[in-house]
Write a new protein. Structure first.
Length: 1058
């Protein structure tokens, strides 16, 4: 039969020895990496002298543990916390110990949420496919330093076991994962290329190129396709990009794309849809379409906005940035020299726009990754020139795209596109076996449509795609760099932009990875990266064995493939091992399982793991955006809840309770229905009743307040009259706190729910009644919804719970716990006689008093802080002094009006006078915020008080000199009395001694205002120069950096200093 079908014989199959990847079941060991390198990188013939790329990426795993037969160990537990566990299956006791560590009361180990896979591929024309050398599982709690250690271990094993026969390692490529980025930064930016080295001689003259690297000159090279996806995400975002002071966001891009004759509303809607941000062809098409919007050809539709010209200009500027980046990777006719020239142009243009607009142009991390790709291109070309100048170099091979090629094979090898840890190692081995076939027959490898740039055909971006001259020996990196700078300068000049790159880059602390100097790398910033939407699992909880899962809010999950539950034991669990795995282990596939009667039962190891660790398994959805959020193929997410709490001792999602709600400045109780229950930041289906109502509760409940009616039921036939609260079938809605009415009539999820700490939550037993108990209007409404029954709670019962739970609470502590919501038409509840009910009087009165106190305050024009009117001068003094010392306060709503601000309001135009009344002087001002203050007391805390200028002539009839605020006097002296001003020192000079003493600012005042922190050589008192006039500051060693916390955007606004 085999001969008839053309299949290999059984003997041939038995004698075959395909390569097998050895996965790391726990903490990766050097011996495992070395074994994989020896398995996959042991060439039988001499290879060309080329460098290699180490690629690392993550692949999501199914939620099941497996038995790894070659090593007789449990696989799929995280490397972060499994180091102290015995993962071998030599005895049932060791299995139970692992079970306790994962599912015990105090779990110390977790399932691996995804596998970290490392592969290596050469930079060459043939045999360029990636081969895996490491597979290890992670729970996503790993930090940058730990990943750096793993990366360093992998690089060391390549140096020991792979470099001699194959070639050196030049770059490490990862995606935009923050942990990967932090680890690469720590490991690959620790040295600088020496100018005297062969590599330094080629790169040291390239102004702007960052020359930091790791050991043996290894650097980071992000994946070009990945950053293109992130650029597309940025352009689709609400913030968009800022270019030439014009905002290009999703709305603007949509309007302009719809003008193109080649686009329709439907096609534009697809391009700007942010849902599938992993779609490379869609991101590529969007960027190319935006490039075409800068075309100077006449717009086919009439102009409707006078800003169209500036918008088109912005599209043209941004379009050239993206064209210069995309062409080197997608235009096959370009030579390597032309490609490097375009990348140099891109680097210079991106540098310019980032300096102009900062992260408003591109997120910090995306900018850093884009510039790192350019850096890697020039590094690798120079490295190849030193190693073998006759070889070609292909820029598309930078990055981790060839590892994605392996992942594509893993996903498409079977109908089940999702894999567990064991299946992943087997499919990676199979894909690596296929690499040998592709190397022999490259024409058989057709690629994948989803991985192509255009999405219209298979991914044919391979060495044969590039027809230009790719030989590195024909490239002069310095000439390409200078030509790119010239192209960038010429392009900017066409738009009237004059930017001197040479002058800016002459600062040794400034380069393209440090655009603002000060050794600050935006690519290593910790702020939110808006180019990477957060559709991944929340990994913030690293101490739980359960997987936290996200709220499926209003997500319609219908299109799933109808698949059955996965089998608990797989066929490969019973297959014999390949002889290629040379590891000494016990080959006993069965364990004795203890029974309750004292006997034992022999069970297969795979069956034991399936029973103990995977009882809640479901096959994941095949749609990626749902799969990575842990949705199953049936539309459910795994609960991973603790064992059910039975009966009356549990509180479940959907149960009713009494809870306190703050609506604006009113605190009252309401009947609520729980929709989400969280315990220790993990969502659960139920909690023990003992976890509610106590001050130590770690439960947080999201609930919907019910609209309740107070019904008075008149007693008949000896039955006493009663009052009860009855549900109308609807839920309360709260308006937004900002006071802007919502345009959504039914309310958003945020408007319909409240979050309640477990300490303020009391379960409630309600009665089921017919809707006939309600008034006719509510009755008809409920019956119109096909509701015939409703909840009711006796008034006495509700009041008893209310009194017992809340009336003895500490008001201050309560107001700290309870979140604030907007107003509602149906809350608080109203009694049948129209009087508000269930009001917590002491808390409400406390809020009313605070509101009254706040109403007596005024808002600072600069920071909008509410201050007492008598504190205005002291408070505004802080803003004025900081502004005049060039200490930035980024959160101000209005800047101080320099150089002569009013001491009461910080604005200009308010006059101040000192008039003589007998032996005393009186200060008056036209500012409506003027207030009385003790002159001597004021000078002790904020010395900004009106002072008569003794250099000016006395003004009649006041018989006094003109008055100026003390902080403004230096500016007055410089502009009106220049002979008393030292232009070189930036300070007044030759003043009358008594007058000079009046205008000095004590050092203690500068320190108190957060200005003179770190002044080592400053005198005890300083005279303030008018910074707004560009003069030299009298304390020149005070910079924004010296200002310490006052220069941070997180610094709170100053409190009054009197």
């Amino acid at each position: 039969m085999s001969k008839f079908l053309g299949l290999p014989s059984l003997t041939t199959i038995a004698e075959s020895n395909p390569p097998r990847l050895l996965p790391s079941v726990g903490v990766p060991k050097a011996s495992e990496i070395a074994a994989n390198i020896s398995t996959f990188f042991n060439p039988a013939s001499q290879r060309p002298k080329v460098g290699h790329c180490l690629m690392l990426d993550g692949l999501h795993l199914c939620h099941r543990c497996r038995w790894h037969r070659p090593t007789n160990q449990i696989i799929r537990l995280c490397r972060e916390h499994s180091g102290d566990l015995d993962l071998s299956m030599n005895s049932m006791d060791s299995v139970l110990e692992v079970l306790e560590a994962v599912h015990g009361d105090l779990p110390s180990c977790h399932y691996g949420r995804e596998a970290t896979v490392a592969a290596i591929a050469p930079f060459c024309t043939e045999n360029y496919h990636a081969l895996p050398i490491l597979q290890t599982q992670t729970c996503k709690s790993e930090k940058g330093p730990a990943f750096a250690s793993l990366l360093e271990q992998t690089m060391e094993q390549w140096e020991l076991h792979g470099e001699a026969k194959n070639g050196p390692l030049w770059v490490v490529s990862t995606d935009g994962d923050r942990v990967f980025g932090e680890g690469c930064f720590k490991l690959l930016m620790c040295e600088e290329v020496e100018e005297s080295s062969p590599l330094g001689q080629k790169l040291h003259g390239l102004k702007g190129l960052n020359l930091q690297c790791g050991k043996k000159k290894v650097i980071k090279a992000p994946d070009p396709k990945h950053v293109v996806k992130r650029v597309g995400t940025t352009m689709r975002g609400a913030e968009g990009v800022v270019c030439d002071r014009v905002i290009l966001n999703r709305a603007i891009i949509t309007q302009w794309l719809e003008r193109l004759p080649t686009e329709t509303k439907e096609s534009v809607a697809i391009l700007v849809d942010p849902a599938d941000h992993q779609n490379v062809p869609r991101a590529y098409k969007l960027i190319r379409a935006c490039i075409s919007l800068g075309d100077p050809s006449p717009d086919p539709s009439p102009a409707v906005d006078p800003s169209d010209d500036s918008t088109r200009r912005a599209f043209a500027l941004a379009g050239e940035v993206w064209r210069a980046f995309l062409d080197p990777f997608t235009k096959g006719t370009m030579s390597l020299s032309e490609a490097l020239t375009d990348l140099s142009e891109f680097a210079h243009l991106a540098f310019y726009f980032y300096r102009m607009h900062g992260s408003s142009f591109l997120s910090n991390q995306l900018y850093g990754d884009l510039q790192a790709i350019v850096k890697a291109a020039f590094f690798c070309v120079a490295q190849q020139q030193n190693l073998d100048p006759e070889q070609a170099f292909y820029l598309y091979q930078l990055g981790s795209d060839r590892l994605e090629e392996l992942f594509a094979e893993v996903r498409t090898e079977s109908h089940d596109s999702n894999v567990d840890a064991l299946q992943l190692s087997e499919r990676l081995s199979s894909a690596a076996d296929s690499v040998g076939i592709w190397n022999e027959h490259p024409e058989w490898h057709q690629g994948h449509v989803r991985r192509s740039w255009s999405g219209k055909e298979a991914d044919h971006v391979n060495p044969t795609f590039f027809t230009g001259d790719m030989c590195v020996g024909h490239v002069l990196p310095r000439n390409c760099w200078v030509a790119g700078e010239h192209k960038a300068s010429t392009f900017l000049a066409q738009f009237g932009i004059d930017f001197d790159f040479d002058l800016t880059l002459s600062d040794p602390d400034v380069d393209f990875l440090r655009p603002n100097g000060n050794n600050v790398y935006p690519g290593n910033a910790r702020d939110n990266d808006r180019s990477i939407p957060d559709d991944k699992l929340n990994s913030s909880d690293s101490n739980s064995g359960s997987l936290p899962f996200e709220d499926p809010e209003s997500t319609d999950i219908q299109p799933f493939l109808p698949e059955d539950d996965a089998p608990t034991v797989f066929l490969e669990d019973f297959l014999t091992d390949s002889a290629s795995v040379a590891i000494n282990v016990t080959r006993n596939d069965w364990l004795d399982y203890p029974l309750e009667n004292g006997g034992t039962k022999r069970l297969h190891k795979a069956s034991i793991l399936s029973t103990l660790f995977n009882s809640d398994f479901r096959r994941l959805a095949t749609t990626r955006l749902l799969r990575v959020r842990c949705y199953t193929a049936e539309g459910h997410k795994p609960t991973f809840n603790p064992p059910e709490i039975s009966g009356e001792h549990s509180f479940n999602v959907g149960d009713l309770a009494v809870a306190l709600i703050r609506s604006n400045n009113t605190v009252a109780a309401a009947v609520v229905r729980a929709v989400v229950v969280e315990k220790n930041k993990l969502r659960v289906g139920q909690v023990d009743l003992e976890d509610l109502g106590s001050a130590a509760s770690t439960v947080l409940v999201t609930a919907q307040p019910l609209i309740m009616r107070d019904i008075y039921v008149v007693g008949t036939h000896g039955v006493p009259s009663t009052r009860k609260w009855v549900w109308t079938g609807d839920y309360a809605k709260f308006e937004p706190l900002n006071g802007v009415a919502s345009t959504v009539e039914s309310g958003t999820r945020k408007m319909l729910t409240v979050k309640i700490p477990g300490a303020l939550f009391h379960p409630l037993d309600a009665e089921v009644e017919s809707v006939d108990v309600l008034a006719s209007a509510d009755n008809e409404t409920m019956r119109g919804k096909n509701l015939t029954h409703t909840w009711s709670v006796a008034n006495n019962d509700l009041m008893a719970v209310f009194s017992a739970m809340y009336e003895s609470l500490d008001v201050a502590a309560l107001l700290q716990l309870i979140p604030k919501h907007g107003t509602s038409d149906t809350f608080p509840y109203v009694r049948y006689n129209g009087i508000p009910a269930l009001i917590l009087e002491n808390a409400t009165q406390s809020l009313a008093q605070k509101k009254h106190d706040d109403s007596q305050k005024v808002s600072c024009f600069q920071c909008h802080l509410l201050i007492k009117p008598e504190d205005a001068r002291a408070h505004v003094s802080v803003h004025i002094l900081r502004a005049m010392c060039n200490v930035r306060e980024p959160d101000l709503h209005e800047q101080v009006a320099l150089p002569n601000p009013c001491g009461f309001c910080g604005r200009t135009g308010c006059g101040v006078e000192i008039t003589k009344a007998g032996k005393s002087f009186r200060i008056t001002s036209t500012c409506f915020r003027q207030h009385a203050f003790a002159y001597g007391f004021a000078k002790k805390y904020s010395t900004n008080v009106p002072i008569a200028c003794e250099l000016c002539d006395i003004v009649a009839p006041r018989k006094t000199h003109p008055a100026f605020w003390k902080y403004s006097l230096p500016s007055h002296i410089q502009s009106v009395h220049p002979r008393y001003w030292d232009d070189i020192g930036g300070v007044p000079q030759n003043l009358p001694p008594e007058f000079a003493n009046k205008i000095v600012i004590p050092r203690e005042e500068l320190v108190a205002f957060g200005i003179a922190m770190g002044l080592a050589d400053a005198p005890s008192a300083q005279s303030l120069a008018p910074a707004s006039r560009g003069s030299k500051q009298p304390f020149s060693n005070v910079t924004n950096a010296d200002a310490g916390p006052s220069n941070s955007s997180k610094r709170p606004c100053p409190r009054p200093v009197r």
